[in-house]
Structures are given as structure tokens and as C-alpha cells.
Design a protein around this ligand. Structure first.
Ligand SMILES: Cc1cc2nc3c(=O)[nH]c(=O)nc-3n(C[C@H](O)[C@H](O)[C@H](O)COP(=O)(O)OP(=O)(O)OC[C@H]3O[C@@H](n4cnc5c(N)ncnc54)[C@H](O)[C@@H]3O)c2cc1C
Length: 298
């Protein structure tokens, strides 16, 4: 059932953004199909765990769906892990770790849901989830379900080429058995490195900007170089710990975050000639704002 004017800020890591004009949760393919049929022709936004998302102060401007129930489940099979799109990344990754399965260490200490990770091709700078994904099933707005494989979605750094209206339902991820000591070491090494360098004790959405081309300085170095580390606007601050993270220090608005981003991007472009591109996803913003932020299509 769709509900009207539902606050969603608390469902995002940043705790920012206005209410969704319509909001619903689906626990099965049939339920999801039914909900989509009630809003024909409208672009429906699917919310994972909000770990990579900035919602505008005026709200997302479109109906928002979440997946729940069986979509949160996952199963460790002989050489793979089959998971629902709402399964928390952390649960799947820790199951891989406990069962000495290779590969999923690329998502160690990455917050969010598996559906969000499929959409973002989440992972490290070098390897994204699609490199380990055998297939995923997605539902289109007309209710059809299609299975897609790696070559269908053409994965790239932090993105895929798939109709943005497609909603991931479930996926099967390669996770072959490995040497228990090696698997444990990889998880532990990556987790420690992330927890030491990044910001986990305050509301952030992880890396704000994608790293530019491989030979260019990384995004945090560029932010640092133009003097924006620690810069504050309203309740939003560029972290002093990691210059590619923006923290909601309390009461930040989406305008505070975008204000910091536009200023950073302008300075980096002027001083280095490099045009930063956001890693985070934006809901409910005008095209002019997205242009100022350097958002291409997704
Ligand atoms: C501290 C911190 C560290 C992080 N480190 C990393 C990292 O190392 N590597 C990395 O890649 N990311 C990292 N991130 C970013 C984030 O964790 C990932 O992008 C994650 O995959 C987001 O998942 P989510 O469920 O929260 O997605 P959301 O933020 O809810 O949504 C992101 C996008 O995915 C879409 N989406 C969500 N669910 C579905 C679905 N079922 N079907 C289709 N589309 C869907 C949304 O519509 C939206 O477009 C980090 C974030 C934080 C806060």
C-alpha cells in the first residue's frame, strides 16, 4: 500500500532530505508488481540502506519503494552466495568470511544493501561487485522480471549500464571456498585499513567524489589541495579525517552538502583543470544543480 508524505531522511545514512510524496514496502515479487501497477508511468525510486544517497530538502519528488521480508535473506551455497536485494552487505560479507569464501572481501566495511551494491557496482578502486556476480534478477515498471548477466550491464567504476527503472530483486554471487587463513587475512586487512582511514562514527555517505583517472591525484588529495578539508557550511563539514567524506555534524540540509560540493568542484576545476564527478546519487534536485555538481547520467 502506498502511503503519502512519508519522511525518509532517517532511512539514509546522512539523515538528510524531505519526505517522499509516496512510499511503500514490498516483500515479494507479486507485491512489488502490484505496487508498480498502481503508479503507472511514474518513475519509482528504490531505496536500499541510503548509504550512497543525498535526498533534496524538498524530498525526492517521486514515489519511493523499499524491499523487505524475503528480500533480506541470503543463502551460502557450494560455490556461490544467493542473496535478496535487501540483504545487508555486512551480513553477506561476514557470512563469506565465516565460511572461508573468496572474493567478497572487496565489500568489507561497505555499508548498504546488496541491491544498492549491484546498482553502484560497489567495491574497491580496482574491483566491483559485478566482477563476482553470475546473474541478477530485476523487475521493470511493467512487472516483467529479467535475469541480467555481467555483459548485459557493462559494469564500470561505480556504475552499470542498466535501465535506471530496473529494480534488483536477487542475485547470485561467486564465492568459491578458499584457504581459511588467507580469507580471514584479506577481510581483516581491508577492514582495518578502512576503519582507520575513513569515517564510521558520524553520518556520511562514504566517498563524495569518484577518483579521477588512474594517473591523476585521488579525489581526497584534490579536495585537500584546494584547501577544502574541514570546510563547513551549515551543519555539513568536509571531514578533517578524510577529505573525500562530508559529515552531517547535526541538522545539515541537502543545500549545505551541495553548497560544499559546488564550491569544492569549482576550486578543483580552477586550480587543477580536473572536473570532479560525484560518486553519490542525488534524488529530487533540479537539472541546473546537478550540472553544477558535475552529475552526468546514471
Ligand atoms: C562509511 C562508508 C564507506 C563506504 N565505502 C565504500 C566502498 O569502499 N566502496 C563502495 O563502492 N562504496 C562505499 N560506500 C558507499 C555505499 O556503501 C555503497 O554505494 C552501497 O552499495 C550503497 O548501498 P545502499 O543500499 O545503501 O544504496 P542506497 O544509498 O540506498 O542507493 C544507492 C543507489 O542504488 C539504488 N538501489 C538501491 N537498491 C536497489 C535495488 N534493489 N535495485 C536497484 N537499484 C537499487 C538506489 O536507487 C540508488 O540509485 C561507503 C559508504 C559509507 C557510508
Amino acid at each position: 500500500m502506498w502511503m503519502r508524505d512519508v519522511p525518509i531522511a532517517d532511512r539514509t545514512r546522512w539523515k538528510i532530505g524531505g519526505p517522499a510524496p509516496a512510499f511503500a514496502a514490498a516483500a515479494s515479487d507479486d507485491e512489488l508488481r502490484g505496487l508498480l501497477a498502481e503508479v503507472p508511468g511514474q518513475r519509482v525510486l528504490v531505496l536500499g540502506l541510503g548509504a550512497n544517497l543525498l535526498v533534496a530538502d524538498g524530498g525526492p519528488g517521486a514515489p519511493v519503494l523499499v524491499l523487505e521480508g524475503a528480500y533480506k535473506e541470503f543463502e551460502v551455497l557450494d560455490k556461490t552466495i544467493r542473496c535478496g536485494a535487501a540483504a545487508p552487505i555486512s551480513s553477506v560479507v561476514q557470512a563469506a568470511r565465516r565460511n572461508a569464501r573468496r572474493g567478497l572481501w572487496i565489500l568489507e566495511a561497505v555499508p548498504g544493501s546488496m541491491g544498492g551494491a549491484l546498482r553502484m557496482n560497489a567495491g574497491t578502486a580496482e574491483v566491483g561487485l559485478w566482477e563476482h556476480t553470475l546473474w541478477a534478477e530485476a523487475m521493470w515498471p511493467d512487472g516483467t522480471v529479467r535475469r541480467v548477466e555481467r555483459e548485459d550491464v557493462r559494469p564500470r567504476y561505480r556504475g552499470i549500464d542498466l535501465d535506471p527503472a530496473a529494480i534488483f530483486l536477487r542475485a547470485e554471487i561467486e564465492a568459491p571456498p578458499g584457504d581459511p587463513l588467507l580469507v580471514e587475512r584479506e577481510h581483516s586487512r581491508r577492514r582495518t585499513a578502512k576503519l582507520e582511514a575513513q569515517v564510521y562514527d558520524q553520518p556520511t555517505c562514504g566517498s563524495t567524489w569518484k577518483n579521477p583517472a588512474p594517473l591523476a591525484p585521488s579525489a581526497w588529495e584534490l579536495v585537500d589541495r584546494v584547501g577544502m578539508r574541514g570546510a563547513q557550511r551549515g551543519g555539513a563539514r568536509i571531514s578533517t579525517r578524510h577529505a573525500n567524506f562530508i559529515v552531517n555534524t547535526g541538522g545539515a540540509t541537502a543545500a549545505d552538502v551541495t553548497g560544499l560540493m559546488v564550491e569544492t568542484r569549482r576550486r578543483v576545476l580552477e586550480e587543477t583543470g580536473i572536473a570532479l564527478e560525484p560518486e553519490i546519487v542525488f534524488w529530487g534536485f533540479e537539472r541546473e544543480v546537478l550540472d553544477e555538481l558535475g552529475v552526468t547520467s546514471r
